[in-house]
Design a protein around this ligand. Structure first.
Ligand SMILES: *Cc1c(COP(=O)(O)O)cnc(C)c1O
Length: 394
């Protein structure tokens, strides 16, 4: 089935209690026990008992996510929904890594991923990580050790939009007997399905495009049920970062329009990226849909769209980037991404976080721009008037 059809119908059904044609919001912590609870298999997640083990809205959202991630051919694939994207990433690391294990990870990722792998997990659990440019499968191969259990990549990467060849990196990971996990938050299942390209596990921050409305937090890990059941047992039930039923309900509602929204995010981002790239007041633009992007051809071959995220800088110092942002009237200065409204965040190029970013990001800093669903002409006009306010007319 097509994405649009799955987004509407997957996980939804007539509610047997009320006859409502939409899944209700079930704000219950506990579910009725059978007459003889001693018969229960407490590790059977399919019978809801307690919302930390599994609940109604959580389960319907997980069904929707697994179907979207597999184009409706769910088979043995399941999803685990948790309280945030970071909770999902932590759950994945916590479940599959133990003391002495080694991870190969992209050197450009969401900041919490980097901190977990380079500071927290090494200090607390003796897990080690090597960060590499994962757009080069040979660099991943060279970083593999006998103790490598996991390769983790983010594609497109936050904030540079660097693209990793999932198929090539999956081959490297599997040759080494390691799992490959892909943080596909920027792509969503609409633009790429990493499981079909050989990844073992996919992570999404549901907070971003999948919810899409900036009003709920969630995260998910999706993969073969034999893997997701381990995440449920170890990291959901016994670490406990579960998603609330209300947030699961909101995200399920937001996800209905995901393919429609992604189409517009991609179309608008392409227009804005091309416009910015042609503007002499702009220092650089990173967007996979531009032929100047280092992995443009790979993105074109392995994704069905280039996404709604771009990064750029105006020709000026850090103060000029701030003045540009302050002059914007439609585009909001805020973190997060994938919302209906356009969001921009200025990150200076000299911090610790900037060290592994490309040269132009370090020289100029960057403006991470999540292109929203406003009319693209209004966004073009907003960027132009803010550039004029900062640097004068074109
Ligand atoms: C935002 C983000 C996360 C973290 O998600 P939260 O829901 O904020 O915890 C992880 N990965 C990527 C690529 C992100 O953009």
């Amino acid at each position: 089935m097509h994405d649009e059809t799955l987004s509407v119908h997957a996980g939804n059904a007539v509610d047997p209690g009320t006859g409502a044609i939409r899944r209700p919001l079930v704000m219950a912590n506990s579910y009725a026990l059978p007459a003889d609870p001693s018969e229960l298999d407490w590790s059977d997640f399919s019978t809801p008992l307690y919302t930390r083990n599994g609940g109604a809205n959580q389960g319907w959202l997980e069904e929707k996510l697994a179907l979207l991630e597999t184009a409706g051919e769910r088979g043995d694939v399941d999803a685990v929904a948790l309280a945030s994207g970071v909770a999902a990433i932590h759950a994945l690391f916590f479940t599959f890594l133990r003391t002495g294990d080694h991870v190969v990870c992209s050197d450009v990722t969401y900041v919490a991923t980097r901190r977990l792998l380079t500071e927290l997990l090494p200090a607390k659990y003796g897990i080690t990580a090597t960060l590499v440019d994962s757009s080069d499968p040979e660099a991943v191969r060279a970083a593999i050790r006998p103790t490598t259990r996991l390769v983790h990549v983010e594609t497109p990467a936050n904030p540079t939009t660097r693209i990793t060849d999932v198929e090539a990196v999956a081959a490297v990971a599997h040759e080494a007997g390691a799992l490959l996990s892909v943080d596909a938050t920027f792509a969503t299942p609409v633009l790429q399905r990493p499981l079909a390209l050989g990844a073992d596990l996919v992570v999404h921050s549901l907070t971003k495009y999948i919810n899409g409305h900036g009003d709920a937090m969630g995260g998910a890990v999706i993969g073969d049920r034999s893997l997701t059941d381990r995440i449920r047992a170890d990291a959901q039930v016994d670490v406990g970062g579960v998603i609330s039923p209300f947030h699961a309900w909101l995200i399920m509602r937001g996800a209905v329009t995901l393919p429609l929204r992604m189409r517009q995010h991609c179309a608008s981002a392409q227009v804005l990226a091309e416009g910015l790239a042609a503007d002499p007041r702009v220092a650089y633009v990173a967007y996979p849909g531009l032929p100047s992007h280092p992995q443009h051809a790979l993105a074109a071959r392995t994704m069905t769209g280039f996404g709604g995220m771009l990064a750029f800088a105006v020709r000026g110092d850090s103060d000029a980037q701030n003045r540009f942002v302050a002059a914007l009237r439609v585009i909001t200065s805020a973190v997060s991404l994938g919302h209906d409204e356009s969001l921009i965040v200025h990150v200076a190029g000299d911090g610790e976080r900037a060290r592994s970013l490309p040269e132009e990001f370090r020289r100029w800093g960057h403006l991470r721009f999540s292109v929203g669903l406003e009319h693209p002409d209004d966004l073009v006009a907003d960027l132009d008037q803010a550039l004029t306010a900062t640097l004068g007319p074109r």
